[in-house]
Design a protein around this ligand. Structure first.
Ligand SMILES: NC(=O)c1ccc[n+]([C@@H]2O[C@H](COP(=O)([O-])OP(=O)(O)OC[C@H]3O[C@@H](n4cnc5c(N)ncnc54)[C@H](OP(=O)(O)O)[C@@H]3O)[C@@H](O)[C@H]2O)c1
Length: 266
């Protein structure tokens, strides 16, 4: 059997945190496969990395919300003689608004991407991750530590990502596979615009750059950390939130989201 060469697959590599993760993995000498829907952006990033002397990444244009996305990625990798050593599940989006007032298909598409595709991709390549002593880096969020009326489905998807990834960390450890969940607070990317916010209202104390988020995620994965929360203030939030009564949290998170909607005039 011909040996397949190991690559790091990064989803959502056409923007924001995913671009920076691609830069960090490439800098550290990993061969890459970049996945997202906007193929032109993936090619532009692949060209830039190649021009900087790195191996040219494979480009796989795929809508991860589609049911056959994982098969498509597996086929594309095999056709190029590659298989995953690291699986970076970064693609994701959020939507602001009361869940029952929003189009149902948009809320369910969020679950398809943030939960279903992430789960499928975390599990589908376990054998090749083990063969290459690699791992999984799943992008969660500080949002996963609490419920938030006004962004209910997004916060719930991220709670799933944290719970699933922490358990998978324990399950795959005996096979030599690292699993890390990266939980950023606010990061200036296209996320806010996609979520329906005209301006980013995140407090600057909590905001961390996408470059730093990617660096910390990479380092945490390589060190076998279970969870990484970039930024001291965000770390503090994740320690304090479990101690606060749920009713208080719901009130505080709900009024923050309501203020955000009011500021947008929505
Ligand atoms: N920014 C923040 O404040 C923040 C905070 C905490 C956690 N996060 C998490 O960080 C991750 C990256 O977000 P970001 O801030 O970098 O946002 P972003 O700039 O909007 O980038 C999102 C990426 O996901 C990809 N994507 C979206 N839908 C997709 C689909 N159906 N199929 C394939 N790819 C898809 C997008 O590519 P295409 O549109 O080209 O497909 C893009 O590359 C997400 O999981 C997000 O939840 C973000």
């Amino acid at each position: 059997m011909t040996e397949l060469r190991p690559v790091t697959v990064i989803t959502g590599a056409s923007a924001g945190i995913g671009v920076e993760l691609a830069r960090v993995f490439a800098r550290e000498g990993h061969a890459l496969a970049l996945v997202a829907r906007r193929e032109d952006r993936l090619h532009a990033l692949a060209d830039a990395l190649a021009a900087a002397g790195k191996a040219r990444p494979l480009v796989i244009a795929a809508d991860l919300a589609a049911p056959d996305a994982v098969r498509k990625i597996a086929d594309a990798l095999r056709a190029q003689g590659a298989e995953p050593q690291y699986m970076v599940n970064n693609a994701g989006f959020g939507l602001v608004g009361l869940a029952d007032m929003r189009p149902r298909e948009d809320e369910l598409a969020m679950i398809d991407l943030n939960v279903r595709a992430l789960t499928d991709l975390s599990l589908a390549f376990a054998d090749s991750l083990a063969r290459h002593k690699g791992g999984v880096l799943n992008v969660g969020s500080v949002a996963g530590f609490l419920p938030a009326p006004g962004m209910a489905v997004y916060y719930a998807t991220k709670a799933y990502v944290i719970s699933f990834s922490e358990a998978l960390h324990a399950e795959l450890k005996p096979r030599g596979v690292r699993v890390t969940v990266l939980c950023p607070g606010p990061v200036p990317t296209e996320f806010a615009e996609v979520a329906g916010l005209k301006k980013n209202s995140a407090p600057s104390l909590l905001t961390v750059s996408p470059e730093r988020v990617a660096e910390e995620g990479y380092r945490g994965l390589m060190r076998g950390r279970r969870i990484v929360v970039p930024g001291l203030a965000n770390k503090l939030i994740t320690k304090i939130v479990p101690l606060v009564p749920r009713s208080l949290l719901l009130r505080a998170a709900g009024s923050r989201q309501a203020r955000r909607r009011a500021a947008q005039g929505t």
